[in-house]
Design a protein around this ligand. Structure first.
Ligand code: ADP
Ligand code: ZN
Length: 307
């Protein structure tokens, strides 16, 4: 038995054929080409899925993870900022009409969270929070052993929790979101602003890697930005922990996976913001599903009868 998982992003679309135990039988990737609209991407998806049917004729369903906002009941992409030309696109209907099988659309961070839950042997935990720190900050929740999507599948959007009333402007349009302080881009912006104010030189090719390298080597502005990033993230996570009382917090995303010290600092800092009661039963863990978490989780939703 195998399921197809699709991970739609603003840059690329990844598709995998995934066995029930998490083994990836086939995977492929192509650029989203947002400017060319959704139909050309749909054609490529259909073509790739068709080729997967020749590997495994018994595909039990197709799961799709996409950035939100989504209408998961109608199977439509609503208004993700990085998929401008896709707004209102009835993706589920289009895929259903090409393949007579179950198709399910979900938030991309929910899919990644579910992959961590389902394939990383974490089912001993009933309540798990997943946080991904990359270009942005996303999250997903497993509560009572089930994926909690919320009313409009917008649950777990920890990146857009308001941390300051007058903070930096976030990609979502609000001010002072957690993402604007602690994501890869948020920290880069903060660093460049600090350097500009101090009239220090900025290399336009710098990435998050340079920020962390300079911070580690004792460059003060970089160190301050990273410290700030840690502190805001620890506060954001602790507030969510206080609200939901999870047993397990899994951290993933490009920044966490590349920077083990950043991860450690966050884990050390969270408890100082928690009640003793919430601290006692809390475990932290680094994400294990890597860059395939998106499509693997979307496939896992199809495999799991009761998610
Ligand atoms: P995406 O958000 O598309 O999933 P990634 O998970 O790779 O992509 O995250 C990209 C972010 O990670 C960028 O903000 C980038 O600056 C940052 N980043 C990339 N490499 C490193 C690194 N070695 N150390 C710290 N941050 C990094
Ligand atoms: Zn925001």
């Amino acid at each position: 038995k195998a399921a197809v998982g699709i991970d739609i992003g603003g840059t690329k679309i990844a598709i995998g054929l995934v066995r029930e135990d998490g083994m990836v039988l086939r995977e492929m990737e192509f650029p989203t080409n947002v400017d060319s609209g959704p139909d050309q991407a749909l054609n490529k998806m259909v073509q790739h899925i068709r080729s997967m049917y020749s590997v495994e004729p018994n595909i039990i369903g197709i799961g799709i993870g996409s950035p939100g906002p989504l209408d998961t009941r109608e199977g439509k992409i609503l208004s993700p900022p990085n998929l401008q030309t896709w707004h209102g696109y009835p993706l589920v209907k289009k895929i259903e009409s090409a393949f007579q099988t179950k198709v399910k659309l979900m938030n991309d961070a929910d899919a990644a969270a579910f992959a961590e839950y389902y394939y990383s042997h974490r089912s001993g935990y009933n309540h798990m929070m997943y946080v991904t720190v990359s270009t942005g900050i996303g999250g997903g929740l497993i509560l009572n052993g089930k994926l909690y999507e919320g009313a409009l599948s917008g649950a777990g959007e920890i990146g857009h929790m308001s941390m300051e009333s007058c903070g930096p402007i976030c990609g979502c349009g609000k001010m002072g979101c957690l993402e604007s302080f602690s994501s890869g881009t948020g920290m880069m912006n903060a660093w460049k602003q600090k350097l500009t104010r101090l009239q220090q030189p900025i290399d336009p090719n710098w990435t998050g890697k340079d920020l962390f390298e300079q911070a580690a080597s004792g460059e003060m502005t970089a160190a301050e930005v990273v410290m700030n990033g840690v502190d805001y993230l620890a506060r954001g996570i602790s507030q969510a922990v206080q609200l939901l009382n999870p047993e397990l917090v899994v951290l993933g995303g490009g920044v966490i996976l590349a920077q083990p010290t950043f991860y450690k600092q966050i884990v050390q800092r969270v408890p100082s913001y928690l009640l003793e009661h919430h601290r006692r039963n809390l475990t932290f863990s680094i994400a294990e599903q890597g860059r395939n978490a998106g499509f693997k989780g979307a496939a896992a939703i199809i495999h799991a009868e009761n998610y």
